[in-house]
Design a protein around this ligand. Structure first.
Ligand SMILES: N[C@@H](CCC(=O)N[C@@H](CS)C(=O)NCC(=O)O)C(=O)O
Length: 321
């Protein structure tokens, strides 16, 4: 995995682990917000007013973090207002690319071949990882934000005054509860699968897998009592969990060795994951070829042959009941 140093691409910059083999995920650094009137958001600078046609979203269908942003783009009916480019699933020495392949949507805004070109165009001396998602401002020709947690919050409400589909997935009354669920799900599950899969020591792997399955057990309990994570209302917390659950049996169970149990072994969680998958906006955002191709072919230190397994057969279309 490469990264940028002072605006120059370094193809092999190693992986992110501390001295005990624990994966350390770097914080996203570009954190401005689109707001209804262009005033600054919770972090960063102002100047990014919600306007149809002004912003463009770069994603990879493989990536669970980017996936959240595409679900929100659909939920809020922003497809016409915010353009979309989709990278190739392979992330090798050039990082994310727009090389042509089924499901890739080229960059018709910056005409980039590599995603890192977009970072350098925005921040000529950028140092750091070149990750998806990226929200681009066509007016100032800068990246607004590269953190999915922020981007879904903007999509949730910033465009409501200019024609977004109504719907609030971060309602005031549930914010504390949503934040609390998100914190545990992020640390032990969304990021936990990566901590297990990218562990550089037995100890780091064991630690990650134990916490991960404790969280799945806790979620199973919660979801056997209520329809969604925060009662009977579908919120941001559910969508943030969903993109990890979707990848669990096809990828994380095998490739990242998260294999104490499968998603389909949890009755309530599996039903819940199917219910979210069958939500009318979700199917067009899912591409299992990109998902499986990315993990099994890009992480050559984990899967040196790059062979993508055929299975398992996981029927997300099965009736919810
Ligand atoms: N915290 C970020 C994480 C994004 C992220 O790690 N994306 C991965 C793909 S799943 C990526 O682009 N990685 C490339 C790299 O770090 O070099 C977010 O949620 O937006």
């Amino acid at each position: 995995m490469g990264l940028l140093v002072d605006g120059v691409w370094q193809p092999e910059a190693g992986r992110w682990a501390d001295s005990r083999g624990r994966m350390q995920r770097p914080e996203s650094t570009l954190r401005n917000w689109v707001t209804p009137d262009g005033s600054p958001g919770p972090t960063g600078r102002g100047g990014f007013k919600a306007e149809p046609g002004r912003y463009h979203l770069y994603i990879a269908r493989a990536c669970p973090w980017a996936h959240r942003t595409t679900i929100f783009r659909e939920l809020k009916g922003l497809q016409e207002m915010i353009g979309l480019s989709v990278t190739h699933w392979l992330m090798l020495e050039n990082g994310w690319t727009f090389d042509s392949a089924p499901g890739v949507v080229p960059d018709n805004v910056n005409d980039a071949r590599y995603l890192y070109e977009i970072y350098v165009k925005s921040e000529p001396k950028y140092s750091g990882r070149v990750s998806v998602p990226v929200l681009w401002d066509k007016e100032t020709k800068r990246i607004v934000n590269n953190e999915s947690a922020d981007i879904i919050r903007m999509f949730n409400s910033a465009f409501d005054g200019v024609g977004a589909t109504p719907g609030d997935y971060y309602p005031e009354a549930l914010r504390a509860e949503i934040d609390e669920v998100n914190a545990r799900v992020y640390d032990t599950l969304n990021n936990g699968v990566y901590k297990a899969g990218f562990a550089g020591s037995q100890e780091a792997y064991d630690e990650a897998v134990v916490s991960l399955f404790e969280t799945l057990d806790w979620l199973e309990q919660t979801l056997s009592k209520s329809q969604y994570l925060c009662g009977n209302r579908l919120t941001e917390a559910d969508w943030r969990l969903f993109t990890t659950l979707l990848r669990f049996d096809p990828v994380y169970h095998i490739h990242f060795k998260c294999n104490l149990r499968r998603l389909v072994d949890y009755q309530a969680l599996w039903r819940y994951a199917r219910r979210l998958y069958q939500h009318p906006v979700v199917r067009p955002t899912v591409n299992f070829d990109h998902i499986k191709g990315h993990y099994f072919q890009s992480h050559r230190w984990i899967n040196p042959t790059g062979i993508v397994p055929k299975g398992p057969i996981v029927d997300f279309e099965a009736a919810v009941g």
